[in-house]
Design a protein around this ligand. Structure first.
Ligand code: PLP
Length: 384
């Protein structure tokens, strides 16, 4: 994201404020769409990354589907205009109410994560006189190798259905008249920049589909999840993800049946680079070893650094021509030691009132904000 383009819109900006570059979003969506269309792949946007209405509208207008992980996300997707035939609902703990509402909305598919969930969806669908389409979320770490270390790891993983449960799952589906099994679902993780991981995923997916082939169970849809990463280190120079390379891997390594649909669920790679958090320095505190730049934004606005020590590039927009630099711990005002955006960040000599930017906050930024310490939520400005 290049903020210089939008300099005039940033004068007198009220902080803290999330800014979203809608031109870069448009470019990103087109790049993704073009790369996916080449192989007839369908992409669903993972709403949990960012639910700003303008962003949802732009994504929906490009005909993406929606990947939701709560009942409210399902409703938000439908309200934003996403076609119900392209809404999928994943999550390990869907409540009866959430399932009922999604059934009533006739969504495309439930990605189910346990045996018991299949029983409940069947019951609730029966009561509504509906057939629920489901995809099984499988845990791709599993293979026929049942080394006890691997087994221990799997029993602790809350996501997905494990390989050793599959026979039972299939038996259950056979006696569940209101369940229609349409495919398989996988999601290996997030912020993955090593494409080898996706190549390994393909190999696992092929093992699973072979298992279903052997039992003559047709799979109309393979949903291969999301997880494609962005470049947090070069947010201004490398802000377009290489979708071409990503989809090419799947095209090359997935064994695809004629007519089989291949779906993806991308979140971060579609919106991560289009956002930045702007904040002003409230105080500078000189220390013996460290200087602190205390911002008006905190972990309540952007949780990722505190939650998983995530890196975000930080710059001082007010001092772009200043040549002398110093190291600062860039922190927020919240009463928690983890409320720190960056340690020993090299910045030009920074003063009270300077406008600071924390880059790459378009995904898992605003959506994770809270009112802790009774703080107001950050403002939002759309740049276009
Ligand atoms: C979070 C999530 C995604 C999106 O992940 P990204 O890393 O943002 O692409 C996709 N599918 C499921 C099931 C998820 O939970």
């Amino acid at each position: 994201m290049d903020l210089k383009k939008y300099q005039s819109q940033l004068n007198n900006i009220q902080t803290p404020c999330y800014v979203y570059d809608l031109n870069l979003l448009e470019q990103t969506l087109l790049a993704c769409k073009n790369a996916a269309d080449k192989y007839n792949f369908e992409v669903h946007y993972a709403l949990k990354a960012n639910v700003n209405p303008a962003i949802l509208a732009a994504i929906q207008a490009k005909n993406f589907g929606a990947d939701c992980v709560s009942g409210n996300e399902v409703k938000a997707a439908i309200n934003a205009g996403f076609s119900k035939d392209k809404v999928v609902f994943a999550g390990v703990g869907k409540t009866d109410q959430e399932i009922n509402e999604a059934l009533a909305l006739d969504i495309f598919c439930f990605n189910v994560e346990s045996l018991q969930e299949i029983e409940i969806i069947n019951e609730l669908a029966h009561a509504q006189n509906k057939i629920a389409k489901i995809a099984l979320r499988l845990n791709p770490n599993v293979n026929a190798n049942t080394h006890h270390y691997i087994t221990t790891g799997l029993s602790e993983n809350k996501f997905g259905i494990n390989f050793w449960e599959l026979e039972k799952v299939i038996d259950l589906i056979k006696i569940s008249p209101n369940i229609d099994l349409i495919g398989l679902h996988f999601h290996v993780g997030s912020q993955i920049n090593d494409l080898q991981v996706f190549k390994n995923l393909c190999a696992k997916v092929n093992e699973f589909t072979a298992w279903f082939d052997a039992r003559q169970i047709p799979l109309k849809v393979l949903n291969l999840g999301g997880g494609l990463g962005i470049d947090y280190y070069h947010p201004t120079t490398n802000n377009l993800v290489n979708f071409e390379a990503y989809f090419a891997i799947f095209n090359q390594f997935i064994v695809r049946k004629p007519g089989q649909e291949i779906h993806f669920e991308l979140g971060r790679s579609l919106v991560g680079a289009i956002g930045a958090l702007l904040s002003r320095v409230v105080y500078i505190k000189e220390g013996i070893q460290t200087n602190f730049a205390i911002l008006d934004a905190g972990m309540t606005d952007l949780l990722r650094p505190a939650l998983y020590q995530a890196y975000h590039k930080i710059e001082n927009l007010s001092k772009q021509h200043e040549s002398i630099s110093k190291k600062y711990d860039v922190v927020g005002p919240i009463c928690e030691s983890s409320d720190c955006f960056g340690k020993a960040v090299e910045l030009p000599i920074t003063s009270r009132g300077d406008l600071m930017v924390i880059y790459s906050t378009g995904a898992y930024g605003e959506v994770m904000s809270s009112n802790y310490n009774l703080r107001e939520k950050a403002k939002v400005l759309l740049l276009q």
